[in-house]
Design a protein. Structure first.
Length: 131
């Protein structure tokens, strides 16, 4: 009987092993969180860059979004930018006609006529971009 009480006494006197305390700050967790944030920021910047690139492409962009069309219209209302945009759109239309040999498409010829109208300051740009 004495050994039974002795073993119980040993059980209660031994310290129960505890896991080490977690640090309040961990560089690993911080770097992982910063990496996730940077990944999200990078994805956002890529999307923003693609959107702005679509505006700068002008008629070279075959499938612009509605917001890109509106932004291009507003940007080309600036007098100097208007002429640069007209020349770029003319180059894109000639590229479609000469290098891509898309003579049979009505849309390319329509673009050529609308680009010609676009050379009329302000009115032409607004008319051309609404197409």
């Amino acid at each position: 009987m004495e050994s039974f009480f002795f073993s119980i006494k040993i059980i209660f006197e031994r310290p129960i092993p505890q896991p080490p305390p977690k640090p309040l700050f961990s560089w690993g967790n911080w770097l992982k969180g910063a990496g996730d944030w940077l990944q999200g920021a990078g994805d956002w910047l890529k999307g923003a860059g693609d959107w702005v690139g679509g505006i700068l492409e002008g008629d070279f962009n075959e499938n612009p979004s509605n917001s890109q069309i509106i932004a291009r219209l507003l940007v080309t209302l600036i007098p100097g930018v208007d002429t640069v945009g007209d020349v770029q759109d003319l180059a894109a239309t000639l590229f479609k006609l000469i290098w891509q040999k898309r003579f049979g498409e009505v849309g390319v010829w329509t673009d050529l006529v609308l680009t010609g109208i676009g050379f009329i300051p302000e009115f032409g740009s607004a008319f051309r971009d609404i197409q």
